[in-house]
Design a protein around this ligand. Structure first.
Ligand code: SAJ
Length: 426
């Protein structure tokens, strides 16, 4: 990462940038802007998160973020607060969950709206507002219209077009948890403006730190591009997961099958797993389905295929456990993917919950990245166990997440146990 160059604030016109929402996306972005010489004011509604950040400690687990945050907080370039302050640019990076899980869910935009209401009083002529949160098509325009209603003394793109005094754009985040600090700088940016001027102004903001290409478009196209990226991945993972079910039925090793098929120069099948988790790929495709239910048939089916995978894993474990007199099952991993602490929408959590509710056996849950079990598992009487002891005691070992630590286990340790490897790494 290049050293801060305080002098550049004058050339790009962004002396102070405010990031609204200091979570997995907003906090790293805030820290990286600060590292590039901008004064950053981070805003979060949670006072504990604000206090933690002001001590230079991240509240989210992300490689290398600790050191970076400490540096920029100590240098006085990043501070957090619960109340928005005037700034040259606001980046809204708050969650956009589903109001209800699954197909019946609609995008919940209450956090985005609350963020817009919170910044409205401190906007002024010349301010840029960027929505980074993943949102349904049309949301950026709705944010601008909401702001226009709250600030009749300013002009906004939906009514004033290129002449607007406040610029509004959508620049969807595309960072991969676990590699955020690299990707936030190097992944190409799609920048959708409500007008061309909005897009250009947003591009000049991101160019302060972005080393990848900044491609300009309109806001609606940028909104759908982000949703399409995650739906594309979901559909491709669903293909792999469907193949794994077909292989189970036909008695074929799906991992070998995929490795063979991928020898073809134009085939690149992804990896099956216990299901698709995280707050993005398991959620965002539903935004497309909600907006275009009759057309989004493949996207809906992919979601259903991936959402059904945890039940399939459970059925397999139940069958294998039935061979044991007293099943003791080591459930390895709870996070939604390897080497992170994020349990959101994690299929591993769902599988453990289903196994516990069905009383399939004694469950020894292992997740080295967390200190306490999530409430939905703790209330089922489960506890966290050490990896080595759990594997030692278990007669069935269920690998749910391919954490690096789990891959080191010796073949000898597993040799007399039933193994269900949902990630195909053993
Ligand atoms: N998974 C599989 N098989 C695979 C790949 C992934 O089962 O071959 C599973 C993972 O185990 C995990 C889930 O899919 O449960 C999603 O993991 P991921 O690593 O594919 O993606 P996320 O959710 O961590 O991040 C995605 C990224 N989007 C794309 O790759 C298109 C990231 O770039 C986005 O910024 C992020 O969503 C987001 O915030 O939208």
């Amino acid at each position: 990462m290049p050293p801060a160059s305080p002098g550049c604030a004058g050339t790009h016109g962004f002396g102070r940038v405010s990031v609204i929402g200091l979570g997995y996306v907003g906090l790293p972005a805030a820290a990286v802007f600060a590292e590039h010489g901008v004064e950053v004011v981070g805003v979060d509604t949670n006072p504990e998160v604000v206090a933690c950040i002001n001590r230079g400690q991240p509240h989210v687990g992300e490689p290398r973020l600790d050191a970076l945050l400490r540096r920029v907080v100590e240098a006085g370039r990043l501070r957090a607060t619960t109340a928005p302050e005037p700034a040259d640019a606001f980046i809204i990076a708050v969650p956009t969950p589903l109001a209800r899980a699954g197909e019946a869910g609609r995008p919940d935009l209450s956090h985005v709206e609350a963020a817009a209401r919170a910044i409205a009083p401190v906007l002024s002529a010349g301010t840029l507002v960027v929505v980074e949160s993943t949102v349904p098509v049309g949301t950026t325009e709705r944010v601008a219209t909401l702001l226009a209603g709250l600030r009749p003394d300013l002009t906004f793109p939906p009514e004033a077009g290129e002449a607007a005094s406040v610029q509004v754009a959508h620049c969807p985040e595309r960072v991969l948890p676990g590699q955020v600090l690299h990707e936030v700088v190097h992944t190409p940016r799609v920048i959708g403006g409500l007008t061309r001027r909005c897009a250009e102004r947003a591009a000049s903001l991101y160019r302060i730190m972005a080393q990848g290409e900044c491609r300009l478009t309109d806001a609606r196209t940028a909104e759908l591009a982000k949703l399409a990226e995650n739906a594309y991945r979901d559909v491709n993972i669903a293909f792999a997961n469907e193949l794994s079910l077909i292989c189970d039925r036909l008695g074929i090793d799906v991992w070998e099958l995929i490795a063979l098929a991928n020898l073809h120069p134009r085939v690149d099948i992804l990896q099956p797993g216990p299901g698709v988790g995280g707050h993005c790929i398991a959620v965002d495709p539903w935004f497309i389905v909600a907006a275009s239910p009759e057309e989004a048939r493949l996207i809906r089916t992919a979601r259903q295929v991936n959402d059904a995978k945890p039940q399939h894993v459970c059925a397999r474990v139940r069958d294998r456990a039935a061979q044991l007199k007293r099943p003791v099952i080591a459930c390895l991993g709870l996070s939604y993917k390897k080497d992170i602490d994020d349990l959101r929408e994690s299929p591993a959590v769902e599988i453990v919950r289903l196994l516990a509710e069905e009383r399939v056996g004694e469950l020894l849950v292992v997740e080295p990245h967390i200190a306490a079990l999530p409430p939905e598992l703790a209330r089922l009487g489960l506890a966290l166990h050490e990896f080595d002891q759990a594997v030692e005691r278990a007669n069935l070992v269920l690998l749910l997440v391919d954490h690096g630590r789990f891959l080191e286990v010796s073949r000898d340790t597993l040799k007399d146990k039933i193994v269900v490897d949902t990630r195909g790494v053993w």
